[in-house]
Design a protein. Structure first.
Length: 171
């Protein structure tokens, strides 16, 4: 379970506001990217994320370019999970690949307010909002995606699998 306070955004948050293109010249350095996450949309984000580590958004979160630096910037800024009505497909996959949990939850942007405490049960596809006595069902991630998230992303997941296969074949 992931428990935390919410930073809330609306619909159509694109990758250009998640991490502005002007910072991509620094490559994929997570520290640099995290310093500039969301700054064009929310100049207070860097301070907010110190106390609130769950993003709730409306529809089409992460649309735009296919840059993997967008979820990377959010993860290293301190975001623990993103809940949205819907995600752009490439952002969704990039987030999983770098180990940033996310879940589509219909109705979440209407029920959850900025600053609310939520409990996210990824494996069950549930979100609880204790202060409102509400519980929402989200899209439960398939087991193989949960395994990638638990490993910390696609690269660590593949390393573990390769290591396990090599160990099995060496005996």
């Amino acid at each position: 379970m992931i428990r935390g306070r919410v930073i809330k955004y609306g619909d159509d948050v694109d990758t250009d506001v998640i991490i502005p293109a002007r910072y991509l010249k620094h490559g994929s350095d997570p520290k640099v990217l995290s310093e500039h996450a969301m700054e064009d949309l929310d100049p207070e984000f860097k301070e907010k994320v110190k106390k609130r580590n769950i993003i709730v958004a409306g529809k089409n979160f992460g649309y735009g370019s296919s840059r993997e630096q967008a979820p990377l910037a959010l993860k290293y800024a301190g975001v623990k999970v993103i809940l949205a009505e819907s995600f752009a497909r490439i952002f969704f996959r990039n987030a999983i690949n770098i180990g940033l949990p996310l879940m589509e939850v219909k109705g979440v942007s209407k029920i959850v307010d900025d600053g609310d405490v939520v409990e996210v049960h990824l494996e069950e596809g549930r979100v609880r909002i204790p202060s409102k006595g509400a519980e929402l069902s989200g899209t439960k991630l398939p087991e193989f995606l949960m395994e990638i998230l638990k490993a910390g992303g696609l690269v660590p997941y593949l390393r573990r699998r390769l290591h396990a296969e090599n160990s099995d074949n060496s005996g």
